[in-house]
Ligand binder design. Structure first.
Ligand SMILES: Cc1cc2nc3c(=O)[nH]c(=O)nc-3n(C[C@H](O)[C@H](O)[C@H](O)COP(=O)(O)OP(=O)(O)OC[C@H]3O[C@@H](n4cnc5c(N)ncnc54)[C@H](O)[C@@H]3O)c2cc1C
Ligand code: SF4
Ligand code: SF4
Length: 398
């Protein structure tokens, strides 16, 4: 079910999560992660406590009960990985735990464009499998869902959508909201993404799937069933315009969706999915999969510090453009071969990505939006950066 929504009023730093299109657009002020986020307060409200830097890995990934690698025994056709996210939605609807799932379907005119939908039948979850690039007003469906009389819903969202949802949750009038989150970084507009696809293939319309893998490759799939893996270092990044990633997606601070009940990603999965079960409701969601899911412990290998320092140096050199690696072509092949073998892997890869994102946020805000730093950057991001010598300058913290 899709709904016609009001147009989005102009906002600075906005990923159009949908709140500005509701009957109370002024709520952006309290809901937006780009305005004045308060992660410790919302973590405590959702999970019963804020992240505890003394517990292993919470500084990086937010509060959690446990993390596992996971795969569905029978992967769902058309899913981004094995389909854990949409299978959870399917089970919630099939068991009657919720009346609707708010999520993104492919736009009928452009498979890569996300289009917010309310799914009310378990079978309908098959149509929303897979990843679209871009953002769309998911939370604009909250009022239509209430108007239809739904009181128990689930939301599948990326971090900037989940932050706004949690900030307003108690005022929304639902009895129960399950939140299934995915990590998100380096998102861009669907238009920009089409340009990127055009650099990857002479026939970009034939590309049906793209994913950044934890083994430092991008996987592409094509309409004719062909697959291709390209090492990160050989991506045509140098041909992208400097503003390819919008400022929002360069400066958001919650890579791993810390306010979801369960985060479903791949970064620490070493080729499988990576689940971060954050609270009791997250356990309930994973429990719905019963023996259809196989889980195993997360592992870690390699050292991240060199890679993170390299990214920081390149981001500084790029001065607002994309952090291109200044490396001769033949070296890219050698390093591209070495990275999956000796680079950070498993948890260490996920920690590296979170630290890289924290550094980018800090450096881009310092260059382009300095006055926002004191309200937008939570303390834990500064803590993550301290070992790399990135410390707040006067006026950058509260
Ligand atoms: C823009 C984006 C960036 C991501 N970046 C990372 C990353 O850096 N690291 C990582 O570990 N994981 C990342 N993920 C998550 C990852 O790609 C998979 O979506 C996740 O692991 C779930 O796989 P699955 O097979 O269980 O999903 P499926 O069962 O295929 O379900 C995918 C779900 O995601 C929803 N969805 C698709 N596109 C969007 C969108 N643009 N906005 C909101 N919801 C959407 C679909 O509607 C569907 O409900 C990202 C996801 C998105 C959408
Ligand atoms: S709350 Fe949502 S709609 Fe409002 S400014 Fe933030 S991202 Fe945009
Ligand atoms: S990268 Fe950040 S701001 Fe951009 S869509 Fe993802 S969560 Fe939102």
């Amino acid at each position: 079910m899709c709904h016609v929504m009001a147009a989005a009023p102009p906002r600075d730093l906005c990923t159009d999560c949908g709140i500005s299109r509701t009957s109370e657009p002024k709520r952006c002020g309290q809901a937006c992660q780009f305005i004045k986020p308060d992660y410790p307060r919302l973590e405590a409200a959702v999970h019963g406590r804020a992240r505890d830097p003394e517990r292993p890995d919470e500084l990086f990934f937010g509060p959690f009960r446990r993390m596992v690698r996971a795969a569905l025994k029978a992967p769902s056709e058309g899913a981004q990985w094995t389909g854990i996210v949409t299978k959870i939605g399917e089970k919630l609807l099939a068991t009657g735990a919720v009346e609707a799932v708010l999520t993104m379907a492919p736009d009928p005119n452009d498979n890569w464009r996300p289009m917010p939908v309310l799914v009310t039948e378990a079978a309908g979850m098959a149509q929303v499998r897979g990843m679209r690039m871009g953002y769309a007003p998911l939370l604009g469906l909250l009022e239509p869902a209430r108007a239809l009389g739904f009181t128990r819903i689930a939301i599948i969202g990326i971090p900037c959508q989940v932050y706004a949802l949690r900030a307003l949750e108690t005022s929304l009038g639902f009895e129960r909201i399950y939140v299934i989150g995915t990590p998100c970084s380096d998102n861009t507009t669907t238009e920009n993404f089409h340009h990127f696809l055009s650099l990857l293939s002479d026939d970009p319309d034939s590309i049906t799937y793209l994913e950044f893998l934890a083994d430092y490759h991008v996987e592409l799939r094509f309409k004719n069933g062909a697959h291709k893996k390209i090492p990160f270092l050989q991506l045509p990044i140098s041909q992208l315009p400097p503003d390819f990633f919008p400022m929002t997606c360069r400066t958001c601070v919650d890579y791993t969706n810390v306010l979801a009940d369960i985060t479903v990603g791949y970064m620490a999965g070493r080729g499988e999915q990576w689940l971060v079960v954050r609270n009791e409701r997250g356990e309930e969601l994973l429990g719905l999969l019963g023996d259809e899911v196989i889980t195993s412990p997360v592992t870690s290998a390699g050292k991240r510090a060199g890679a993170v320092k390299g990214l920081i140096a390149n981001t500084k050199l790029a001065a607002g453009g994309l952090p291109l690696r200044r490396m001769p072509h033949f070296m890219r092949h050698i390093v591209g071969w070495l990275m999956p073998r000796i680079g950070p892997r498993g948890l260490e890869f996920a920690r590296a990505r979170v630290e890289m994102k924290a550094a980018e946020t800090m450096l881009h805000l310092r260059r382009a939006e300095k006055p926002r730093m004191k309200t937008m950057i939570p303390d834990h991001v500064w803590r993550l950066m301290a070992p790399y010598g990135l410390k707040p300058e006067p006026g950058e913290t509260k």
